[in-house]
Design a protein around this ligand. Structure first.
Ligand SMILES: [Zn+2]
Length: 349
């Protein structure tokens, strides 16, 4: 049902925003044989193209970058200061290991002032990102031989299976990278009603930047974005704040912080899910943007855009968790949506 080895590798390969070359190389190898054409645009978006039967274009996006950091300073004792690339909750940095990508990859630990020597006032305050530094164990001289200001930094955490779920760093958004690879693989050899541009985008976590450029290049008629969404089905959260539940199916996006999905695309997705017996829930995400927004707004005249979201617990932490059945349902819904796109009446009401 799920190719665990492929999913595992997809989560573990680094891809800081702006430095996605390693994950891009990996994806190229995986999808190259299933598509008609594979190209990387100047900004770094990887575009996997399949020719369809009509002149219409569908863009399917999955961002391949992950929230990361970048080295901003190395002090004379060898401690590293950094800037975040993407939205971090500072408390999740405590006691984490990271990988600094210089001439070689080196491990570091996120350090901060020990609680034992904090004043009562310091202890009462939540930590700030600026409170942390990275300790690599190297002396400054040795360290400067390996890394420099501008070296990207990603998080270190292995991939595990837990019950019917998987847990890892960077499930956001490698789960969608995986889903797009699998969908392209399973659609190999099938006739498509529209040209399909499967785009593995760059720099989503710093503001949907790659998708904006890719959309202007492709100019799609239709757009489907793949990304995770919050599953707050955990203790202490009221029913109306859950957004989605793990294990209750894929999620059809209605809105997020930057997009009101096209009502026709929402209806179409619901119809396809019902016809294909695909379990789904509806996502109303009050905050946070996705590449859906770029694809909707930066096509000429706008595109008919929507999103397939994968419920995920502990978003933007190194212990992100998704359910295998939800992942399978997401692949199935994406495929069903691609294959029937020509059969729906897309006229405005
Ligand atoms: Zn994401």
């Amino acid at each position: 049902m799920i190719d665990i080895d492929l999913l595992k590798d997809t989560t573990q390969i680094p891809g800081a925003p702006g430095y996605e070359y390693r994950i891009r190389g990996f994806i190229k190898e995986k999808v190259g044989s299933f598509v008609d054409e594979l190209k990387t645009d100047p900004m770094g978006n990887l575009i996997a193209f399949r020719k369809g039967n009509s002149g219409k274009k569908l863009m399917v996006a999955a961002h391949m970058d992950e929230i990361s950091f970048i080295v901003s300073h190395i002090d004379d004792d060898g401690f590293v200061k950094f800037q975040p690339l993407g939205g971090f909750d500072a408390k999740t940095l405590t006691a984490q290991r990271v990988i600094i990508h210089g001439k070689e990859d080196i491990i570091g630990v996120m350090g901060c002032k020990p609680i034992h020597i904090m004043t009562a006032e310091e202890r009462a305050k939540p930590p700030k990102i600026q409170d942390f530094y990275i300790d690599t164990g190297y002396k400054a001289e040795q360290l400067r031989e390996i890394i420099s200001i501008g070296s990207p930094i990603t998080r270190e955490r292995s991939f595990i299976e837990m019950g019917d779920n998987v847990n890892s760093k960077s499930i956001d958004n490698r789960i969608s990278v995986y889903i797009l690879i699998e969908a392209l693989k399973e659609l190999e050899g099938q006739e498509l009603p529209v040209d399909v541009y499967g785009v593995f985008t760059v720099q989503e976590e710093v503001g949907l930047r790659g998708a904006t450029a890719a959309t202007m290049g492709i100019d799609p008629d239709f757009a489907i974005n793949l990304d995770v969404t919050l599953a707050c089905d955990v203790p202490g959260i009221a029913g109306h704040e859950r957004i989605t539940d793990l294990g209750k199916g894929t999620a059809i996006k209605i809105i997020d912080g930057r997009t009101i999905c096209d009502y026709r695309m929402v209806e179409y997705m619901k119809e396809r899910a019902a016809k294909g017996n695909i379990k789904y829930q509806l996502e109303v995400l009050p905050k946070g943007g996705t590449d859906t927004a770029s694809m909707q707004q930066f096509a000429s005249g706008g595109s008919i855009a929507g999103g397939i979201s994968i419920p995920c617990r502990y978003l933007h932490q190194v212990i992100e968790m998704v359910n295998k059945q939800d992942v399978r349902a997401s692949i199935d819904l994406l495929k069903a949506c691609i294959l029937s796109l020509g059969e729906y009446n897309w006229e405005h009401k």
